[in-house]
Write a protein that binds this ligand. Sequence first.
Ligand SMILES: [Zn+2]
Length: 288
Amino acid sequence: MKKVILIILIFVIVIVIFFATKNPLAKEIYDEAKNIKSYIVVKTSEEYNNLDSEKKYYRSEKNIRIPILLYHEIPTEKPTRDLFYMQTTATQFEKQITGLLEEGYTFISYQDLVDYYNGEKTISEKSVLIGFDDGWAGNYYNAFPILTKYNIPAAIYVVDDLVGTNGYFNWEQAEEMSRSGLVSIFSHGRTHIFYDKESVETLLSDIDIAYKNIESHVGKSKIRVFTYPYGACRQDQIDALFEKGYIQNMTDDEINKSNTMELKALHRYYVKQNESAYKIIRNINELN
Ligand SMILES: [Zn+2]
């Protein structure tokens, strides 16, 4: 009798596993579950840094993929906006970060990327950058403590007109993040407008004013990086800003490759709000 029960039990388990791997939704849950194991290991930032023992390369040595992950607001609670890329909860953000660390990714800064581009620095084959658009308050209240906990560099693109207004962090908070040495405060415009509708002169003057303002609050950094609001730009504007020394981000959901990378038009990948680290890694390895 016991044998029969055992055989039935084994049969049921086999059937459940079979359907779990066939049904797309169940498959997703199954994949997530497989991935969760990497989140339950708690490591200090030092231990994470020790994971970074793999070989590093100069740009001329190997063509590698260098994703720039684009975030917006990092709210404490459940996202309230419909747009899938506008909000990632603090819990989900931390899971994404620790998942990437567990998989051996190293977070680098824009300065690291520029040094690598110029042949002055090596980076790991699994390097990744993080940036936040707009200067949302949750970047300070929720993302900054997580960045600090894991010692992760990041860039935040502020809009001068929005700093300190409802829903956005203020200049003191920007300065505090910048002073930590982990967060670079860069520009996302003097105002959040469609710059492709403006003349090259207006763009140049606006971004110059924006940077003077940023630097008066958080101090100067070696490089200036600019992100177009709505990703709206023209080629003549990209060229003119680059001539003035501005590194620029595109908003195109593509991945940089060392062979074709251009500092005047860096690609960025939109992180979706419910994405696991596993899915991010799959996408950054598959996308153009
Ligand atoms: Zn924006």
